[in-house]
Design a protein around this ligand. Structure first.
Ligand code: URA
Length: 260
């Protein structure tokens, strides 16, 4: 355990130096000491805050999905099949407005899943999540903790772009989120990193502020969930990059603890 933390500390330190350009843009400092962050459990409304490393099967997810057992996609055995069954979805007002359905991308067996809010204009054009400016920053953030995009799975709460990038409406989330739950049930990640308040509150079913969600590790379906800033917010507020870096290091540590 101590050895792992030491290795991680050294690796992160080396990486911060190597990635000076990344964090020159993202986070321009080297932490004095890469101490392990203590998780501060609190009381979110729906998801339960819990210490990291308590990971079990996808408790409660089957029940949520069972409500949709009459949907054709309910028994989809793989992400490919699921995508083929839902990519023409017109269940909400966003269906007719979109150019492309943004299903998700990455490793179908990823232990780390990244969940954002909804596609923007670039994602709507390409049908791939996080490919615009915020997406490019996300790719750098992942690299800074030694993940390639292909190592993780990236998806959004909504699969269709809201007009002018407005916030998702509750009924749009309600219609679309079962697809995300099904993706989670197929991928079975061990850790989910939520990007931004909207992704966090919708996934965790809480009204907590981003400030309150950050710094906690939630248990959702037995998956450890961490919430950090949305990369688009980091582009607008460079001062928040220090906090994001702390969150990312925590995720990396949690991931390495899974491997240990
Ligand atoms: N913002 C998101 O939340 N998701 C994307 O896919 C792109 C930008």
């Amino acid at each position: 355990m101590e050895k792992n933390q030491e290795d991680l500390g050294e690796r992160l330190e080396r990486f911060v130096k190597e990635q000076a350009s990344v964090f020159g843009e993202v986070i321009s400092y080297v932490p004095a000491k890469l101490a392990v962050t203590t998780v501060q459990p609190s009381e979110p409304v729906a998801a339960k805050a819990t210490p990291a490393a308590v990971v079990s099967s996808l408790t409660g997810l089957e029940e949520r999905l069972a409500v949709h057992k009459n949907e054709p996609w309910y028994n989809a055995p793989s992400l490919e099949v699921l995508e083929s069954q839902i990519h023409d979805c017109q269940k909400c007002r966003l269906g007719p407005l979109r150019k492309k359905f943004v299903f998700g991308v990455g490793n179908p067996n990823a232990k780390l899943m990244i969940i954002g809010e909804a596609p923007g204009a670039d994602e709507d054009e390409q049908g791939i999540p996080f490919v615009g400016r915020a997406g490019q920053l996300l790719t750098k953030m992942l690299k800074a903790i030694e993940f390639e995009r292909e190592d993780v799975y990236i998806a959004n709460i909504l699969k269709s772009r809201p007009p002018n990038n407005r916030d998702p409406k509750p009924d749009e989330v309600e219609t679309c989120e079962p697809y995300l739950w099904k993706q989670i049930s197929l991928i079975k990640p061990k850790i989910i990193l939520c990007l931004g308040r909207i992704a966090g509150t919708n996934l965790l079913k809480t009204n907590e502020s981003l400030g309150k969600m950050r710094g906690q590790v939630f248990d959702l379906f037995g998956v450890n969930v961490v919430v950090t800033y949305h990369p688009a917010a980091l582009l607008r507020n460079p001062d928040w990059k220090h906090g994001a870096w702390e969150d990312l290091k925590k995720v990396r540590r949690m991931y390495d603890e899974l491997e240990a």
